[in-house]
Design a protein around this ligand. Sequence first.
Ligand code: ASP
Length: 306
Amino acid sequence: MKKILLIATGGTIASGMTENGLSPQIDAEELLSFLPEYAEICDVDCIQPFSVDSTNITPGHWLKIANVIEKKYTAYDGFVVTHGTDTLAYTAAALSCLIENPEKPIVLTGSQRPISDADTDAKKNMLDSLRFAASGHQGVCVVFGGRIIDGLRAKKIRTKSDDAFRSINAPEITAAKKHSKNVKFYYNLCRDVFLIKLTPATDKSVFGFAKRFRGVVVEGYGLGGIPDCYLDKVIELAENGTVVAITTQVMYEGCDLSVYEVGRQIKGKKGIIETFSLTAEAVTAKLMFALGQTDDADRIQQLFIQ
Ligand code: ASP
């Protein structure tokens, strides 16, 4: 039987009602005790590196999860990380960068209602995750609401319903994927990254403020267009050494700076990274990862193309 490590980190799935509202209350073992059926799928050991509402997740938590997986890597056939849904897409993207080419499944899951609720979606999500973790898949993925999504492609699209995640700009995973590469763990993330979501009323001074960061993600419009009034500011930011990653506010189909004048004006400029089909969550995690490895803008662009 496959040996799976359950890494519980909190979230709604482990929450109970308190006088101050829902918050994580139960540990990994207790979570597993709701699922006696797991014993027919795999052997499971439990570990609980921390227990938080995922609203409170920071890059330090991502590194901690990656560290647990690295330490236990040879002892297990796969890993299931239970996590709050609110920032799960960021954690999945960060782990996809920090753990390159895993030969084992690393599955993130959670639920919209606590596992102790009569109508919980947690049991299905956990059993689906354990089944997929025992499948021999090689990579980081999100299993949720009956869908299997690559770790760099997940986005939370619903705040309440079971079917809460979508795969953005990539097909869902339908069967275990294999590769013939070797795993590599990374340990550095740059936290000095900021995100600007443009509105028609955004004040130009935001770009002056952004100068203090090593990386800035700009959520432009449509295919990634940047309004003329900010053009000089964005170019100046990049010329001053801040890496500027352009993404879009639109959920599907990504950006392409080659189509409109408002995109071409910045396309290919040094220090400006075009992020194509990645979500803003994935772009943010990837930029933090890339700047954790190098300062070189060309190398960073390469990391985005990979
Ligand atoms: N606020 C919760 C969290 O992200 C929501 C959830 O888990 O569904 O931890």
